[in-house]
Design a binder for this molecule. Sequence first.
Ligand code: C5P
Length: 411
Amino acid sequence: MTIVVGVTGGIAAYKAVGVIRGFVLQGHDVHVIATEAALRFVGRPTFEAISRNPINTDLYEGVAQVRHVAIGQSADLIVIAPATANTIAKLALGLADDLLTNTVLVSTAPIVIAPAMHTEMWQNAATVANIAILRERRFTIVGPASGQLTGTDSGVGRMEEPEAITAAALSVLEKSAVPERAEGPTRTAEAPGDLSGKHVVVTAGGTREPLDPVRFLGNRSSGRQGVAIAQAALNRGATVTLIAAHIEVHPPAGATLVEVATALELQRAVTDAAASADIIVMAAAVADYRPASVQQAKIKKTETHAPLNIELVENPDILAELSAAERHGRVIVGFAAETEPDTDALLTLGQQKLARKGCDYLVINRVGWSTGFVSESNEIIMLDSSGDIVMKASGDKLSVADRILDVIASR
Ligand code: C5P
């Protein structure tokens, strides 16, 4: 496939080299368009050596071949990494003042962008609005991640790691080009807007149940899979409410964010949002129990060294309640994170849980000390309401999210 990689002028341009290399190693024909500013960070020979093609920068070179049209028409996929706030603003407005923005306007290929900028720039209302416009136009936005920025400060705005960008971009390319080989419903290039007009409510992360002002009972859910579902739903045109309990990743721009701490807060938030929801995906790890009473002062160690007993009371089962309530046609999806190593036993556990919860679909994934919760990828089995397997998927959490939405959208 022909992939055009646009590199714009941010320090993360050095990481674009890894993105280009990832595509080349997978056998793609990569053509780099670097802006003048990008070439202040990384030199032309580096891009040419890694991409194995001459790079393109100037709109006024090779005018006789109308290069922006030629490159734009030949691209199967355009990936812009890093995408600066300036380029994002130009793309949102449809400006065309350099070779890259001209090429984007010519092309009908899917476009993936990996923003990179300081936190303040990413959170600026102008950038938020521009990103929302690009999402509406079906651009796929990968990242940004949170962490150390260029200076001594840290926060959200770091470009995603090259491997994550390459994986997300190739999954977009695969979906736009050929039917997927995995089991279950597949989706074609028309699908990106298939959730347009739908309100999707996603819960993500893990609740924390306080014991005293400084301690809680919690779990290791990072919220990555739930956030990926929210992002994938946005990419497909949905209006998204993300109910987030202590997520470790940045929520996607464009989603309405409701932050909650405990299971009872999550219950309130999801019940409010459910009223207008068409689809509810309960990806959050909700505590089944909470301390019967919350101490107002820090619990002290006793002099007797006697064991400390904490009484727990059961939390409401939000998923079961939502499923039992009047549905008005809304689709409800639950998650089951299980440590069971045997696949048949895992399936049985999932089927039993589905019967208890009464939801339309259940997504089963195996979790353990090092799998599931905090990892970037996932492996899932999706059951329908009769307990039959409707889909199996594995891969990065964004592509798994899309497979889950494929099933829901095909309903
Ligand atoms: O029973 P278990 O916690 O394994 O069920 C997991 C599913 O049920 C998830 O979709 C989770 O969001 C939901 N859940 C819930 N309320 C609870 C516990 C779990 O909605 N109290």
